[in-house]
Design a protein around this ligand. Structure first.
Ligand code: GDD
Ligand code: MN
Length: 371
């Protein structure tokens, strides 16, 4: 029996592109064994009606809906997990990836049992970026350069979101991928337990016709986090690291405000210290909410009570911090060492407890109350 291909297409607000993608793939793949798996993050733009219609008309078209979650990489992962096909392709819905090279990509896997992965590339051979906005080209080139300098994967276009791999290759990496951010290809390649045999097929990136790009500054940060996680993640959970960075930014803010109020404006030390603490806490909460816990961030009416719970947890963290530091100081350990250990214990407490209580328990409580 001929091996089967699944084309996984992550979608978020792509209504006007859905029927066009299906039509093009149908023509292109014709009699081969294939299916399309759309993975949609509850777009609420009329996409659902399109999915119902398209899957009703053609049993090769399936869709997976995720409610209350976002993420391009995790959508691709779940799409790949949902199929038994032998070859797994990932492609964007917005028609920027030139689907006409897909048969060639799959052909390479069919004919070469030693090849694991075939990637559509814009940065080698005949490939190109067409008339993609200059700013986007620069971001893409810059990210590629960072990846090349840090990781040295044998990919001319590591940022590509257009590729086909064997399901065994996916299985080998599946439990190790971070699944965060936009860079599912890079995630899979960096997570493979062995070096992969990779081939590339060049294509020209097309302009987007309908809908808009979901790339933003946070996606850029997530890319750096993916690299960090793959480089150091076996040592420290990257989220904790991020949480620590946010804490550090809070400390700097704290000192600035303290300096301004106390030495600048002549406030009493303790009043200035309390004000600086409160502001730094709120800032830490907001930054963690948008960055560290982006996927499960609190919004709207949940924000204020969430911040209050966070502040209470941090108070306990501060008590633990001071208690431990005091105890160590009494044992004649140098003050800076006692202080650091205390702060470290406070940070671990704040991280562990706030992640469980604020961004897990409280968040799901608020989500279940939504009408
Ligand atoms: N399910 C789901 N959830 N899909 C998403 C999400 C999400 O949170 N965010 C984006 N998508 C879908 C979009 O609907 C689209 O089909 C695809 O993922 C790519 O998103 P775009 O917003 O069009 O991204 P881009 O064009 O800026 O970047 C793409 O192309 C780059 C160049 O190849 C991505 O594929 C990048 O990974 C890639 O580097
Ligand atoms: Mn796009």
């Amino acid at each position: 029996m001929k091996k089967k291909l699944a084309v996984i297409i992550p979608t978020f607000r792509e209504r006007d592109n859905l029927a066009i993608v299906v039509e093009r793939l149908k023509k292109l793949l014709a009699d081969d064994e294939w299916e399309i798996v759309f993975v949609d993050d509850d777009s609420q733009d009329g996409s659902l009606e399109e999915f119902l219609r398209l899957s009703g008309e053609n049993s090769r078209v399936r869709f997976l809906r995720r409610i209350g979650r976002r993420g391009l990489s995790s959508a691709c992962m779940e799409g790949m997990c949902s199929t038994g096909a032998d070859f797994l392709a990932v492609m964007d819905a917005d028609l920027q990836h030139d689907e006409s090279i897909l048969p060639k990509m799959v052909g390479i896997l069919r004919e070469n049992p030693s090849v694991d992965l075939v990637v559509g590339t814009r940065y080698s051979g005949e490939g190109g970026v067409g008339n993609w906005a200059k700013s986007r080209q620069m971001i893409s080139k810059f990210a590629t350069w960072i990846e090349k300098s840090l990781m040295r994967t044998p990919l001319s276009d590591p940022m590509s979101g257009f590729f086909v791999l064997r399901r065994e290759v996916f299985e080998d990496s599946a439990r190790r991928v971070t699944g965060k951010g936009f860079k599912i290809l890079l995630d899979l390649v960096l997570s493979s337990p062995r070096p992969l045999q990779i081939r590339e097929v060049s294509y020209t990136f097309r302009p987007r016709e309908h809908g808009e790009s979901k790339l933003d500054i946070i996606v850029g940060l997530e890319f750096l986090l993916l690299l960090a996680e793959k480089m150091f993640g076996h040592l420290v959970p990257i989220r904790f690291f991020l949480y620590g960075l946010v804490g550090l930014s809070g400390l700097i803010l704290h000192l600035l405000i303290l300096g301004l109020l106390h030495s600048g404006m002549g406030w009493q030390f303790s009043a200035a210290q309390w004000t600086a603490t409160a502001i730094a806490m709120i800032s830490n909460f907001l930054v963690n909410n948008t960055l560290t816990y982006r996927q499960q961030r609190l919004k709207g009416a949940a924000l204020l009570p969430g911040a209050a719970i966070y502040a209470i947890i941090c108070c306990f963290g501060a008590i633990a911090n001071v208690q431990v530091a005091d105890f160590l100081y009494e044992t004649k350990i140098p003050w800076w060492f006692a202080g650091t250990v205390g702060a470290g214990i406070g940070a671990v407490w704040n991280y562990a407890v706030s992640s469980q209580i604020v961004w897990t328990w409280f968040r799901s409580l608020m989500a279940s109350r939504r009408p």
